[in-house]
Structures are given as structure tokens and as C-alpha cells.
Design a binder for this molecule. Structure first.
Ligand code: DC
Length: 224
């Protein structure tokens, strides 16, 4: 059983994919982490994410990087969106994702191209979305809750209330990421023809999880 969960940044796809995996007792892969790992290595090697050969050089990242908290920073997500546009980077990460999807017992994967490229044969495909403004509100609240990407300081949040990363900047970032992820030639963010759309804009987390489980179960039982 393969479940593909795709969608734009901060749509809630990771939360839903984890809940689906837990419900069916199968492993889950957040494929965005792989692109984030490449991004982090590019930055640490002081290479240029826009240069394909530089990004490819970072694809052999050490597995330990996948547990690095810096992967979750917004700057890493931005760079991940840049490195992920290179076809050779996508090719370098392809087999790993295919192997994960094909493991006995099944798997849940979330990303941008799971239903279209990585596992077009998936038994159930969800495309999770929400308006850019609502996704930006979630991302902004999450960043504030976390105390900022690097803590108080020039790039972090000040616990005394000074917020150097404004909501407008987070919104602009979300829009830029949507545009880059959707407009690229290689495996762009797109809803598979046989995916079902789940708009989480006005749903609580609990309601979205319930709806996602219902949609997946309906697809799976139609195939049984
Ligand atoms: O889901 P995320 O925010 O962690 O993803 C970071 C970036 O990685 C995203 O902007 C585009 C890229 N990505 C991708 O191109 N394909 C995937 N399957 C997952 C992520």
C-alpha cells in the first residue's frame, strides 16, 4: 500500500502524512528533508545552490544531516526550493525515494511530486492545499513559537516582542516558493490527475486528519 501526499509549503501535508502512516502502521518519508539536506550541505560547503554542479556535489550528504535541526529553518527551505529545480539533483534522490515507496508492507511519502513522478502507481493520492495567506499565518505562528530559526539575534526572533520576520515577509516567501516549485521544468509541484484535493484552509488539525483518513480509506477500499 503506497500513499502519496503532495502539496505546497505549509499546507499541512506533513502532519497528515504522519497521521496516515501512524493509522496504517507503515513507515513515512518526508521527502522535503532530502532536498533540505542537500540545501544545508550546499550552504555549509559555501557552494552556489543555483549552480547545478554545486548542488549535485552536495547530494552525497552524510546521513547524520537528516537529524540536524537546521534542516527545519526557513532559510534551508528556501535553498531547498532552489536546489530541487535541478534535474540532476532530482535524479540523484530518485532511487532512494523509489526504494522507500516499494518496501514490503507499504509506505506513506509526502512531497511535491510523489503522485506524479516518484510513485505514480500509488494506491491513494492526496493533494493538500490551503490559501497562501493561511499557510503564511501557520508558518509565521510556527516560527514565532519556535523562537525563530536561530534564536534571538539578527536573523532570529526576540522574545521581548521585536519581530524581525514580518508576516508580510513570510507571505512573500510562501508565494515565491509556490511560484518556483510550480514553474520549474523538472517534476513541478502539480496535482496528479487521479489525486483527490484536500483543502485544509478552514479545517482544524483534527478535522483535516479525519478527512484525510476518510479519503484514503475510500480510495483503498475501492481498490480492494
Ligand atoms: O516540503 P518542504 O518545505 O520541506 O520542501 C522544501 C523544498 O524541497 C520545496 O520548496 C521543494 C523541494 N521539494 C521537492 O522539490 N520535491 C519534493 N518531493 C519535496 C520537496
Amino acid at each position: 500500500m503506497i500513499v502519496a501526499v503532495d502539496g505546497p509549503a505549509a499546507s499541512g501535508k506533513g502532519t497528515l502524512a504522519r497521521a496516515i502512516a501512524r493509522h496504517y502502521g507503515v513507515p513515512h518519508l518526508d521527502t522535503g528533508l532530502l532536498y533540505r539536506a542537500v540545501a544545508l550541505c550546499v550552504a555549509r560547503m559555501e557552494l552556489d545552490p543555483a549552480v547545478e554542479a554545486d548542488a549535485v556535489a552536495a547530494c552525497g550528504f552524510d546521513e547524520a544531516v537528516l537529524a540536524d535541526p537546521a534542516l527545519r529553518e526557513d532559510a534551508t527551505g528556501r535553498t531547498a526550493s532552489i536546489v530541487s529545480a535541478h534535474p540532476l539533483v532530482r535524479a540523484a534522490l530518485f532511487q532512494r525515494q523509489r526504494r522507500f515507496a516499494g518496501q514490503p508492507g507499504g509506505a506513506v511519502l509526502d512531497g511535491r511530486d510523489i503522485g506524479t513522478v516518484i510513485a505514480p502507481e500509488a494506491d491513494a493520492k492526496l493533494f493538500v492545499s490551503a490559501t497562501p495567506r493561511i499557510r503564511a499565518q501557520r508558518r509565521h505562528a510556527e516560527l514565532k513559537g519556535r523562537g525563530g530559526p536561530t534564536g534571538p539575534g539578527p536573523t532570529g526572533f526576540d522574545p521581548n516582542g521585536f519581530d524581525p520576520i514580518s508576516f508580510d515577509r513570510v507571505l512573500a516567501d510562501i508565494r515565491a516558493r509556490d511560484q518556483r516549485d510550480s514553474a520549474r521544468a523538472a517534476a513541478p509541484l502539480a496535482m496528479a490527475a487521479d489525486a483527490v484535493l484536500l483543502d485544509t484552509s478552514f479545517l482544524s488539525i483534527e478535522a483535516a486528519v479525519r478527512k484525510a483518513l476518510d479519503l484514503v480509506e475510500a480510495r483503498l477500499s475501492a481498490r480492494r
